[in-house]
Ligand binder design. Structure first.
Ligand code: MG
Length: 304
């Protein structure tokens, strides 16, 4: 997979430019002064909806809505997932929808002082990872510790403890052809991990292809100084994104001034190939506000 650095290198070679972005190949005569901005990278915005976000009374109705609106990803809750594998596999049959991620659902926490709580997190996460792999999900979202989960280790010890356990969990995930996706949250929920750069730095130190990270626009609104900077700081480790309206965590576009262009620019710079997944409530009728959100995001992706 090309990353942005390769992309820039390709350009700096000059002459006939061949840039590979995803599956599309762009070849054009150009001079060495061409800027990234002028290039249509052909990079697709791959939208994903969480199960609770998609309207519909049944899994089939939800997936029908998703497909009818050109959405390509689906994200389900991890709790009880191992009992749902067959149900979900059947529902996804003959559809062009993949599982972008499994959202949490584990018990316990990895930075707990008590070994019992850490083990509970390892055991329940492994069960979810095995199901995630069976379903072809890119990964399972994991939060190392919420503020309310106490007693937890303080930062230095917590980080070392986390990295040790993530090495094991990452290898387990790889055996099941999936990954662990660390999610930074805002300070009201989790002081321990608030920024994409820190999540990526933990991934770097774990040094396993089975441990990656994500950014959630909702939390980023609170914690990051720049959407673009935050995503870029995730680098190759950034492999999932959550999105919501920026003031009230509803459907994108339901808050005045909802803007994701700078963040999308960052994703394009990373040659981001993964999903942007709706994790949000809604003020209006979902069958109206979600299609409107898709239109808004597709426009903003083009602008980025
Ligand atoms: Mg999230």
């Amino acid at each position: 997979m090309n990353n942005r650095r390769d992309f820039i290198k390709t350009i700096s070679i000059g002459g006939a430019l061949t840039a590979i972005a995803g599956t599309s190949v762009i070849a054009s005569e150009t001079n060495s002064k061409v800027s990234i901005k002028d290039l249509d990278t052909g990079l697709q915005l791959k939208i994903c909806l969480q199960e609770g976000v998609a309207p519909g009374a049944t899994l089939t109705e939800k997936l029908d809505f998703i497909e009818a609106n050109g959405v390509v990803g689906f994200e389900v809750w991890g709790g009880g997932l191992s009992e749902r594998v067959t149900e979900i596999q059947k529902a996804l049959q003959n559809r062009k929808i993949t599982l972008g991620a499994i959202c949490a659902g584990f018990k316990g926490w990895l930075i707990a002082q008590d070994e019992k709580n850490r083990k509970e997190c390892m055991d329940t996460s492994k069960e979810i990872l095995a199901a995630a792999g069976a379903l072809g999900s890119y990964g399972m979202i994991l939060v190392p510790g919420f503020n309310g989960q106490q007693p937890s280790f303080a930062t230095v010890e917590a980080r070392a403890m986390l990295i040790d356990q993530l090495k094991e969990l990452g290898e387990y995930a790889l055996q099941h052809k999936t990954t662990v996706i660390l999610e930074p949250l805002n300070r009201e929920e989790a002081w321990f991990l608030r920024q994409v750069s820190d999540a990526a730095s933990i991934c770097r130190d774990v040094n396993s292809a089975g441990v990656t990270c994500m950014g959630d626009f909702w939390h980023m609104t609170r914690e990051e100084t720049s959407d673009m900077g935050a995503f870029i700081s995730g680098g190759k480790y950034l492999n999932h994104v959550h999105i919501a309206s920026r003031k009230t965590r509803n459907t994108p576009g339901e808050d005045e001034g909802d803007n994701y262009v700078e963040g999308f620019k960052g994703l394009k710079m990373l040659n981001y190939q993964h999903h942007v997944s709706f994790e949000c409530g809604s003020k209006g009728d979902k069958k109206v506000v979600i299609p409107a959100a898709l239109k808004l995001l597709r426009e903003q992706w083009k602008m980025a």
